[in-house]
Design a protein around this ligand. Structure first.
Ligand code: C2E
Ligand code: MG
Ligand code: MG
Ligand code: MG
Length: 292
């Protein structure tokens, strides 16, 4: 049995295929139609501004419900979409859907927030990306200040010179740029000053063992300090506990994102969070409360 998976490659299926490659084969084949068949949707995870205590933005996170296999993690399917090239089409859908959702929140009269979209390596190397972003902003009517693009440190470091040029062009469109998963790649901190970005997101791996790992605390505090010296904002991702929140507040982190405040939510649930003006708790009050 032989099936065409993308324009120029064939995959072979035989009864000898092991369980993993069979799953991969099935996922790759279904990924082609996942958008058209309405199997994909976005969840949005709030980012909290620690100074105001308010939601300042959300990160759009892609979800795929496979008709037979159920929910598939982006950690599993994004690499497949990258390899097959399908990420270009899926990525455009994500951008458009996230922009439309943000326009919808604004239309509902909610305080405007930024929506952040993750870019994959292949999209980042796609010459048409700039035009696509610009077209999507036009089509959806979202002002570019309300769109943020997250690229990972490793994507940028792969070919730093062309990445910088590309980021500069994206900046000209007026979108906000963040370096995602910061600290996990190979770049030296000093390299940051060459990148035309607005914000760094400290990777969850540095956050998860706070306050037990003093080294992680030192690294986190160091990244915040250095980023601030370079006039960059800092978001910490993966905040799960009150102790972690407290540590980040003390170290003047600008924003946090994590299950402690909210997991990624459907768009409608973000609307009600914004309506209720949910805030982070004060020090002695770790129960979240809706403020009228
Ligand atoms: P990421 O961009 O670093 O996104 C953050 C991930 O951490 C999300 O996982 C989110 O659900 C998870 N997370 C947030 N807070 C917490 C927490 O407190 N604890 C823990 N344990 N996890 C937390 P998710 O949604 O599974 O996405 C995983 C990765 O898949 C993302 O990492 C991103 O690299 C990629 N991804 C997701 N959506 C897209 C997309 O639309 N396009 C592209 N290119 N990549 C995407
Ligand atoms: Mg991200
Ligand atoms: Mg991240
Ligand atoms: Mg991460």
């Amino acid at each position: 049995y032989r099936a065409k998976v993308n324009g120029n490659s064939y995959q072979f299926y035989s009864p000898l295929m092991n369980k993993d490659s069979l799953r991969r084969f099935t996922l790759e084949a279904s990924l082609r139609h996942a958008v058209a068949r309405d199997q994909m949707f976005l969840h949005y995870q709030p980012k909290l501004d620690l100074r105001t205590g308010k939601i300042s933005g959300v990160e759009a996170l892609l979800r795929w419900r496979h008709p037979q296999l159920g929910m598939i993690s982006p950690v599993e399917f994004i690499p497949l979409a990258e390899e097959s090239g399908l990420i270009i089409e899926i990525g455009k859908w994500v951008l458009k859907t996230a922009c439309l959702q943000n326009v919808e929140w604004q239309r509902q009269g909610l305080a405007p927030i930024r929506v952040a979209v993750n870019l994959s390596a292949r999209q980042f190397r796609d010459e048409k990306l700039l035009q696509d972003v610009s077209d999507i902003l036009d089509q959806t009517g979202l002002a570019s200040d309300w769109l943020e693009i997250e690229v990972t440190e490793s994507m940028v470091m792969h070919d730093a010179e062309s990445a910088i040029r590309f980021l500069q062009q994206l900046k000209l469109l007026g979108v906000r740029l963040s370096i995602d998963d910061f600290g996990t790649g190979y770049s030296s901190l000093a390299y940051l000053r060459h990148l035309p970005v607005d914000c760094v997101k400290i990777d969850r791996s540095f956050i998860k063992d706070i306050p037990n790992e003093v080294d992680d605390m030192a690294i986190t505090a160091g990244i915040i300090g250095l980023a601030h010296c370079l006039r960059l904002e800092v978001v910490a991702e993966g905040i799960e506990t009150a102790d972690q929140l407290e540590f980040l507040k003390e170290n003047r982190c600008d924003e946090i994102q994590g299950f402690f405040f909210s997991k990624p939510l459907p768009g409608a649930e973000v609307s009600s969070l914004l309506e209720r003006k949910l805030r982070i708790p004060r020090q002695s009050d770790h129960q979240f409360q809706a403020k009228a």
